[in-house]
Design a protein around this ligand. Structure first.
Ligand code: GDP
Length: 430
């Protein structure tokens, strides 16, 4: 049976922690989309980790970790990450890298960087990891698959064709130096050796695991708002962030996905550029305080270190985010962060052109939306580390009940701290 852990919002909802918890009871953990452009924070007995490419099951010797065909694979980053966890004392993980995954190339990173510079004030706030050019090339069919690394004449032919196109852009649009196919070929052959032991047929592996009744966890990156089809296009990422895409990017049959665990934070955070619509944003001193108190070390991007924009819980976006994920249950993280507040606003509607709605709109209307808040009483105490839902203060439980009623999906887990065991289990009221 397959479970998916995905984000309901803009990413950074705390999926890493929830995946880390559930990985313990799983046989296989699969990354199915995205690349090294976002990170999961995991805190366990080995230390604190920001994983970008490796699945969150790498800390468990019984888990087979899979980098699925849907991932944008930056081999150099993967190899570095493996070395880094080893240096922190983690035993060598079980890992399979799909032979159908495509390679994120050095020219993707250059193109991403040059394009952001060209756009100037209109830039998307890309992490410059090459993700948009990577997926563009995949769908333009000029991408290179992991399996191509093991067929040198084919690799060279595909590389020369891709480089020819890139150099037209680099020379004439960006006025930057051309790249050399020969140099990239040498780099790829060296990198190939670093991943050779891990490469395999993950499609057969996954289907075999399902036949054997294994539990498979799909680990999503970012969240619903960042999906290029159903999110806040074009301020989205370039791969699908929805559990449904796991059927493609991890090659699991749609009928096998039995559980979709949507992760959302007890407040909002968003790491994109300032031009991104973020309706429930809190700015000024109140925002600074929430940012400072948020997450485990304040709200700063795990990959970029950028300060995240923060806001009150957005029930409109989260209801939609859970709906498009097909959430069967919701994990609410970071409840402990809000313990300092007398009152807590929750965004329960958007006012757009004088009309209040709780339906999440398309981007042009979203950009005009103003938040409508309902204010709830705070609980004014520290619940960090609490493991018993019933022991939480009445106002904290009332806050969770209120969110559940507004997002329309059952909240089954409420997280009270960054560590794996800092979690409470709740009987949903829906
Ligand atoms: P992901 O990309 O969805 O895995 O999210 P990140 O790991 O980037 O961001 C979540 C942040 O919140 C990290 O700093 C976590 O360590 C932290 N975190 C997760 N759950 C909790 C929680 O319940 N309470 C607190 N205080 N921090 C949490």
């Amino acid at each position: 049976m397959v479970k998916a852990i995905v984000g309901a919002n803009w990413g950074d909802e705390g999926k890493g922690k929830v995946t880390d918890m559930l990985a313990q009871q799983s046989d296989v953990v699969i990354r199915f989309q995205g690349g090294a452009n976002a990170g999961h924070t995991i805190i366990n007995d080995y230390g604190r980790f920001a994983l970008h490419t490796l699945p969150s099951g790498v800390f468990y010797p019984h888990v087979t970790n899979v980098i699925g065909n849907g991932v944008a694979l930056d081999i150099a980053k993967l190899a570095d990450e493996l070395e880094q966890i080893e240096a922190q004392g983690v035993p060598e993980p079980r890992l399979i890298v799909s032979d159908r995954a495509q390679l994120l190339m050095p020219y993707h990173i250059l193109q991403d960087t040059y394009e952001e510079a060209r756009l100037g004030g209109r830039a998307f706030g890309s992490t410059k990891s090459g993700i948009a050019p990577f997926y563009s090339d995949k769908y333009a069919k000029t991408g290179i698959q992991v399996c191509d690394l093991f067929d040198e004449p084919r690799l060279r032919e595909r590389l020369v064709a891709a480089v020819e196109l890139k150099n037209v852009l680099f020379e004439h649009l960006y006025h930057q130096p051309k790249v050399s196919a020969d140099e990239i070929m040498d780099q790829l052959l060296a990198l190939r050796e670093r991943i050779r032991p891990w490469v395999g047929d993950t499609v057969s592996f996954v289907h075999r695991a399902l036949k054997e009744g294994k539990t498979i966890l799909l680990e999503g990156q970012l969240g619903s708002m960042k999906d290029p089809d159903l999110g806040i296009f074009p301020m989205t990422t370039s791969s699908h962030t929805l559990a449904g895409y796991g059927c493609v990017g991890a090659s699991v049959p749609p009928t096998a996905v039995a559980d979709v665990i949507c992760v959302t934070k007890a407040y909002s955070s968003c790491v994109g550029s300032n031009t991104e619509p973020f309706v429930s944003e809190v700015t000024g001193e109140a925002g600074d305080e929430l940012r400072r108190r948020g997450g485990d070390h304040g709200e700063f991007g795990a990959t970029t270190g950028r300060p995240r924009r923060v806001g009150w819980f957005d029930a409109v976006a989260t209801k939609y985010g859970c709906m498009v994920q097909g959430a069967t249950q919701v994990a609410l993280t970071c409840l402990d962060v809000l313990g300092y507040l007398d009152e807590i606003p929750v965004c329960t509607g958007y006012e757009i052109d004088g009309t209040v709605t709780d339906s999440f709109p398309t981007t042009p209307a979203l950009l005009r939306a103003r938040p409508v808040f309902t204010t709830l009483p705070g609980w004014r105490c520290d619940v960090r580390g609490c493991r018993d839902y019933d022991a939480l203060p009445a106002n904290a439980k009332a806050y969770v009940d209120f969110l559940e009623a507004h997002i329309g999906a059952p909240i089954t887990m409420v997280s009270t701290g960054p560590k794996r065991e800092e979690i409470t289990y709740r009987t949903p009221k829906l």
